[in-house]
Ligand binder design. Structure first.
Ligand SMILES: NC(=O)c1ccc[n+]([C@@H]2O[C@H](COP(=O)([O-])OP(=O)(O)OC[C@H]3O[C@@H](n4cnc5c(N)ncnc54)[C@H](OP(=O)(O)O)[C@@H]3O)[C@@H](O)[C@H]2O)c1
Length: 284
């Protein structure tokens, strides 16, 4: 029997490409989007394989109803893809309180809510794979990307803990970390802060210009990215993290080196902080 995928944000970008690719392979999909009209074609074209469900991930009632419908129609959810998300750009001081909270509502609490709604079913099945679409900025942050990036860092740590909690139950977790891919992300899915503080012109100002200019020119092909995601789901040995794009790989490698250098350069200071008689045990 073919797998059942539950995908958030199927309207455009990665979510749409993945929905199409999975359906073409003959698998079943619960395609979800805030505007159901944008995904109804999947249901019409793939009558027995797809259902289109309205889902704004910030609405807990819609989350529960969508998962319930998925189980009623297909009886199982094998792969959950937490893809819905957007980016808020501006200096930490420039982004409004309201915009920070909205960013967390979608990228963190939305994804968390969907995960918690699906987990009881995956636990009962003793199988499943959760793909959380993070970003290269879930590993590395930049001036101007701090708010968006912090939501992806949150998603990464949730995923890391979750992977350890559910591995004995037959459930796998993979964090996907794309670099720049040609979707709607750098256009309509980027919210730039209204407030601009001149003191940040030389740091954030530059990033603000560059990120918008990327729209339509990103090197990454979303159709290739989703094939990599499918490959991970089909793998006997899926990774906890899947960076996508040469830009993502390079930035993460640089970050790993910088952490290593900090740890090495400050090792003596770091470890000489315990009580004289303390026994230090591993964290976790
Ligand atoms: N493209 C990149 O360069 C890149 C890089 C790293 C990570 N990512 C991540 O990839 C994911 C998908 O983005 P994309 O690149 O495919 O951009 P996209 O084409 O703009 O797609 C974003 C998707 O998220 C949906 N969405 C946003 N808020 C939502 C909500 N509250 N409830 C349900 N759906 C919501 C959008 O729905 P609507 O159509 O209703 O707006 C849309 O389907 C995001 O999590 C993003 O952070 C993208």
């Amino acid at each position: 029997m073919s797998r059942v995928w539950f995908i958030t944000g199927s309207s455009t970008g990665f979510g749409r490409s993945l929905t199409e690719a999975v359906l073409k392979r003959g698998e079943r999909v619960v395609a979800t989007a805030r505007n159901k009209k944008q995904i109804e074609e999947f249901e019409e074209q793939y009558t027995n394989q797809a259902i289109a469900v309205k889902l704004d991930v910030t609405d807990p009632q819609e989350v529960r109803a969508a998962v319930k419908q998925a189980i009623e129609v297909f009886g199982q959810i094998d792969v959950l893809v937490n893809n819905a998300g957007y980016g808020t750009i501006g200096a930490i001081e420039e982004v409004s309180d309201e915009d920070v909270r909205k960013q967390y509502e979608t990228n963190v609490f939305g994804a968390l809510d969907v995960i918690r709604a699906v987990l009881p079913h995956m636990r009962q099945q003793r199988s499943g794979h959760i793909l959380n679409i993070s970003s290269v900025v879930g590993q590395v942050s930049f001036a101007g990307a701090g708010i968006y990036s912090s939501t992806k860092f949150a998603l990464e740590s949730l995923s890391e803990a979750l992977a350890k909690e559910v591995a004995p139950l037959g459930i796998r977790v993979t964090i996907v970390e794309p670099g720049a891919f040609r979707t709607d992300f750098a256009g309509r899915s980027l919210l730039l802060s209204d407030t601009i503080i001149e003191d940040y012109a030389s740091t954030v100002g530059d990033f603000r210009q560059r990120i918008r200019a990327k729209d339509g020119n990103q090197p990454g092909d979303p159709n290739k990215a989703v094939l990599a995601m499918i490959q991970v789901v089909e793998s006997e040995n899926p990774p906890l993290r899947l960076p996508l794009g040469a830009d993502s790989v390079a930035a993460i490698e640089e970050k790993l080196l910088s952490i290593k250098n900090d740890v090495n350069n400050w090792r003596e200071v770091a470890i000489n902080t315990a009580f004289e008689d303390a026994v230090v045990t591993p964290v976790g």
